[in-house]
Design a binder for this molecule. Sequence first.
Ligand code: FE2
Length: 201
Amino acid sequence: MAIRRSAKTTRRPKQSSQPWLHVKGAEIQEFGTVRMFPLGLSWDARMYSCQRLNQILADTQILYNLYKKHHWLMRGPTFYQLHLLLDKHAGEQLELVDQLAERVQTLGGVAIGDPRHVAEITVIPRPPDGAEEVPAMLSRLIEAHETILVASHDAARRAQEMGDDGTNDLLVSDVIRTGEMQTWFLIEHLVDTPLVEAPEG
Ligand SMILES: [Fe+2]
């Protein structure tokens, strides 16, 4: 559909550097569709990968935001350590968000971007708007990681079966490895180990 210009802006001088303002246009590709890209991959494979990647992308965006929320709301004797750790993990998750989104685009699809759309399709449970106990915040992050890991293992295997090695590689080399490592760093904070006295000694 042609972009409509207002009568006012169409009268601008020929040499003007005035930008077009308030431009409106039609949606040119619907969410859930893929364009024909010459990648040596079938339409089915690209369509399937985009669908799985968008779900993982939505859940990863929520995980990123959970990390920032808990980075801000952290408290207690390990505040400083966890405050910094959660922000580091958030940054790494944000890189994955970008990689996942750009993989969807690479396959000819439409990456999920608007947080309101993300909220509609994520399967990560919504946390309370307030603050939880510190171990509950950490558990919530670990559970979100596991949800993404389970989906990523399955999607990686299916993508490889359909010939989409690039999606398999992204999920295995980046999403899964990062998620596993971050889970390890979180889970060690839930071991109740004495700091000074060794009771069995
Ligand atoms: Fe910060």
